[in-house]
Design a protein around this ligand. Structure first.
Ligand code: GAR
Length: 199
């Protein structure tokens, strides 16, 4: 699992694992942010977790960092890379190494509102429903095949914070269920289309 933030999606996945609802193991947790909440949550639960410096760019890993991330993931023999609030774009070499084996959760109903602070984009646009999307990661930004989505209402008086909090409640249900379906081998991909996950 890769994350940059407070780690609520990690906690949801760890809780699902502990409850026997997720036929998987967490081999390694990596963060590009020193002291990120996700690393603390992983360490207290006894999962291997560490900060790996991202290098000299702001929005992606530099070449040396990408090699370090790939090396660590290969050494841990991961089958699936789960992005949980990892705020850097993964590209070329990384995606070739883990082709079709990187998933992400994005806080909007894609293809609406890709990119940063998607809940704020939705609020500012004035949509009445937004939500979250679990998708495979391809070479674009938030463009890969969609595995599952949950809709969330935008309520009168919502702030960016209240809307994000409501979306995160939906994320905590959707992500473990989607990853469990992948782990069971239920999710099939044909081009852009996926099947096998109802959530
Ligand atoms: C989540 O809301 C996730 O959807 C978002 O970051 C948050 C991480 O929260 N990801 C993106 O915006 C990716 N473009 P967490 O650290 O509490 O799991």
């Amino acid at each position: 699992m890769l994350g940059s933030g407070k780690g609520s999606n990690f906690v949801a996945l760890a809780d699902a694992l502990a409850a026997g609802q997720l036929p998987a193991e967490v081999a390694l947790v990596l963060s590009d942010v020193e002291g990120a909440g996700i690393l603390g949550h992983a360490s207290v639960r006894g999962f291997p977790a560490r900060y790996l410096p991202p290098g000299k760019f702001r929005t992606k890993l530099d070449e040396a960092a990408e090699a370090a991330y790939l090396g660590a993931l290969r050494e841990a023999q991961v089958d699936l890379v789960v992005l949980a609030g990892f705020m850097r774009i993964l590209k070329g070499e990384f995606l070739r190494a883990f082709e079709g084996r990187v998933v992400n959760i994005h806080p909007s109903l894609l293809p609406s509102f890709p990119g940063l602070a998607a809940w704020k984009q939705a609020l500012d646009y004035g949509v009445k429903f937004t939500g979250c999307t679990v998708h495979y990661v391809d070479q674009g930004v938030d463009t890969g095949p969609i595995i599952g989505q949950r809709a969330v209402p935008v309520l009168d008086g919502d702030t960016a914070e209240s809307l994000h909090a409501r979306i995160q409640l939906a994320e905590r249900e959707l992500y473990p269920a989607a990853i469990a379906a992948i782990a069971r081998g239920d999710v099939k991909v044909r081009g852009r289309l996926t099947s096998g996950f109802a959530g």
